[in-house]
Design a protein around this ligand. Structure first.
Ligand SMILES: N[C@@H](CCC(=O)N[C@@H](CS)C(=O)NCC(=O)O)C(=O)O
Length: 218
């Protein structure tokens, strides 16, 4: 594996997913931090890495190749280039189920609570903080309720079965976001238990926002 460089931000959920995957696979990588609070992700130089002006991007160290973008695509690339430990099950049905769980978060929940979306709610639409909180609670609640059901069907110690994988990479940062924004988690005991189990693993601890070099001192 060539030298990897992850462009991210300590509190970015999408970058955090990739950090978890890298840590679970035991892959070393360098980091470049882009402070989302100052809009660094929108700078022209960074858009050469990610035309969307979002983190993460992963420089694969492969010469002239542009960095990879989109956290799930990056994790799938990691899975295809460094198969073990696997983040997806071996059978096609299981793989589809894990991808579905990951996408509940990555496609249907996280985008609605993203920085630029919250900025648009507050700025363009004039939403106040109570309205923003209700918005976040609504979309996170819908996604968590579905995931709680999916975990009841297919989960074990982790979101799918008894090994951490792609679904956990997406779940853990979203649970952190829920706590950060005051979204109640009482209705999702399975998700909370999985989050706690993940927190006990070294790979998840290394990937945690508080462990990143660019984290705010707490
Ligand atoms: N679907 C993308 C989402 C990337 C994304 O939205 N990143 C956020 C941080 S979690 C970001 O860069 N936000 C900056 C902004 O909204 O301006 C992925 O999974 O990589």
């Amino acid at each position: 594996m060539p030298d990897l460089t992850l462009h991210g931000y300590w509190r970015s959920s999408a970058a955090w997913r990739v950090r978890i995957a890298l840590a679970l696979k035991g892959l070393p990588y360098a980091t470049v931090a882009h402070d989302l609070r100052t809009g660094a992700q929108a700078a022209a130089a960074y858009r050469a890495c990610n035309p969307q002006g979002l983190v993460p991007a992963l420089d694969t160290g492969e010469g002239q190749e542009a960095p990879l973008t989109q956290s799930l695509a990056i994790i799938e690339w990691l899975e295809e280039t460094q198969a073990q430990p696997a983040l997806l099950p071996a059978d096609p049905l299981g793989r589809a189920r894990v991808r579905a769980m990951a996408q509940v978060i990555a496609c249907d929940v996280h985008p609605l609570g993203n920085l630029r979306v919250l900025k648009a709610l507050r700025g363009d639409l004039g939403a106040d903080e109570a309205q923003v909180a209700a918005w976040l609670a609504r979309w996170m609640g819908d996604g968590f309720a579905a995931l709680e059901t999916m975990v009841a069907q297919w989960g074990g110690a982790f979101a799918f079965g008894d090994a951490p994988g792609l679904a956990d990479c997406c779940l853990v940062p979203q649970i952190y976001a829920a706590r950060r924004f005051g979204v109640g988690l009482g209705a999702y005991p399975r998700l909370v238990a999985i989050d706690a189990r993940c927190a006990g693993l070294a790979a998840f601890a290394m990937a945690h926002p508080a462990a990143q070099a660019d984290a705010d001192p707490s």
